[in-house]
Design a protein around this ligand. Structure first.
Ligand code: 6PG
Length: 465
């Protein structure tokens, strides 16, 4: 094959990398694949794919100016891949990081590479291995110029929502990875909300996975209709081929995380934004990992769960309450994005972001599609008082309250569902309780407070201590 003929390069041929390459090839692009491990390049039986274990041969095969997708684990491995690749590239080439990188790293890389004359696209890719193969959601960040060049390929391989590509440039430098991080934070919260419902049904109402499957199928309707609800139903139906038992009953109740959920919470904290739903999901994952300790504590205290009959769980409440929780998870995540956009002067368009999330990604579904259809300028913070959210919350909050009460009375932890309620109740309370905190802070640290009856700051109380 003559040099400089292949449309794009891809470095790091794991499952995701291979699937993205096959997706590109299906869309008519020729792809050079690089991996140091020849095993990873074996069985590439698609005429559009050419494998290389030699880096120079790989880069030489790609059309100039080159575009190279890097699909390696975020962090040090990515820095190493970029360092290895750079001497083989020339200015004007575009590097595309398709991993789940921390957006602060992406910011740094983009700036460093721009100084050296290279374009860098930090690209969030959602949809897992299947999405990569059949059409992921793509959240890109970087210069407009880099996007314009890479866009034809990226929009071609992305998922389509009624024919519209779910790939987009979110904004400059690290905006793509920032948006992907918060996408994952919302993903964590939604997943845990479903797990909360599962706990209520299993431990409280004694549902088996087979009992739950039709219920989740019913719940996967209206604004709740979504990718995550769909897979939940399928998971409940699935049997373990080895034992014939429900797969869910075999899987160990210990969940890890790779970092994006934690980053969402940290970003939110740094930006001064509430993030209790992703924090609740993180709490649940952290406690889940301490399974030895959980066993000891259950032995010491008993589980406390007595259970209730299935009739106590109203399916309507479950549906409306879960929808309220889901809507609040999007509200919270979008506010973090809005705050990030302000902080870094990105001018992100929230409805454009929601449009990219309409298909291919883990949080896709009716709710996000409806958010995408709202008018710009779109104010995420105020969306909660708009007609769409009002309708969901007016019905959903009382339902959520009944579900949470049912769970809590029986000792079933539902951290994200109860967190959603706390978030809503805190927000609907015009006169909150922070005056007590301010009094305490002033009492022990003379931190000062504001008064309701006078302008200004730095007032102190006549504390005896
Ligand atoms: C997606 C997923 C995907 C992945 C993450 C989160 O959007 O396709 O978010 O990126 O599942 O790695 O995984 P953890 O739960 O391990 O953090």
């Amino acid at each position: 094959m003559a040099n400089g003929q292949l449309d794009i390069g891809l470095m790091g041929v794991g499952v995701m990398g291979r699937n993205l390459a096959l997706n590109l090839a299906d869309n008519g692009y020729t792809v050079a694949l690089f991996d140091t491990d020849p095993e990873k390049l074996s069985g590439l039986d698609h005429p559009g794919l050419t494998g290389f274990t030699d880096l120079s041969a790989f880069t030489v095969s790609i059309r100039i100016p080159r575009a190279v997708i890097i699909m390696v684990p975020a962090g040090a491995a990515l820095d190493m891949a970029v360092d290895t690749l750079l001497p083989e590239l020339q200015t004007g080439d575009i590097l595309i990081d398709a991993g789940n990188s921390n957006h602060h790293d992406t910011k740094r890389r983009e700036a460093e590479l721009a100084q050296q004359g290279f374009e860098f696209i930090g690209m969030g890719v959602s949809g897992g291995a299947e999405g990569a193969r059949k059409g992921p959601a793509i959240m890109a960040g970087g210069s407009q110029q880099a996007w314009n060049r890479a866009a034809p390929m990226l929009t071609a391989i992305a998922a389509k929502y009624h024919g519209e590509s779910c790939a987009g440039r979110m904004g400059p430098d690290s905006a793509g990875h920032f948006v992907k991080t918060i996408h994952n934070g919302i993903e964590y919260a939604l997943m845990q909300m479903i797990a909360d419902v599962y706990a209520l049904l299993r431990d409280g109402a004694g549902y088996t996975p087979a009992d739950m499957a039709p219920l989740f199928a019913d719940l996967n309707s209206g604004y709740r209709h979504s990718y995550l609800m769909g897979i939940t139903e399928e998971i409940c139906r699935t049997l373990d081929p080895e034992t014939g038992r429900p797969m869910l009953d075999i899987i160990l109740d210990r969940a890890a995380q790779k970092g994006t959920g934690r980053w969402t919470a940290l970003e939110a904290q740094d930006l001064g934004q509430p993030a209790n739903l992703v924090e609740a999901a993180l709490l649940a994952r952290a406690v889940s990992s301490q399974d030895g300790l959980r066993r000891e504590i259950e032995d010491a205290f008993g589980s406390g769960i007595t259970g209730f009959d299935q009739g106590s769980v109203s399916k309507d409440d479950l549906g409306a309450g879960l929808l309220a929780g889901m809507a609040l998870a999007f509200w919270q995540g979008l506010q973090v994005i809005e705050a990030g956009s302000r902080e870094w002067n990105w001018d992100l368009k929230l409805t454009e972001i929601a449009k990219v999330w309409r298909a291919g990604c883990i949080i896709s579904g009716e709710l996000v599609s409806t958010i995408a259809a709202q008018d710009e300028p779109f104010d995420a913070t105020r969306m909660i008082t708009g007609p769409f959210y009002k309708e969901i919350l007016n019905e959903g909050i009382p339902a959520l309250r009944r579900i949470v009460i049912l769970a809590l009375q029986d000792g079933i932890a539902v951290p994200t569902l109860s967190g959603a309620l706390a978030l809503f109740d805190l927000n609907r309370t015009a006169r909150g309780s922070a005056n007590m905190l301010q009094a305490q802070r002033d009492f022990f640290g003379q931190h000062g407070f504001e008064r309701m009856d006078k302008e200004g700051r730095g007032y102190h109380g006549p504390w005896a201590g």
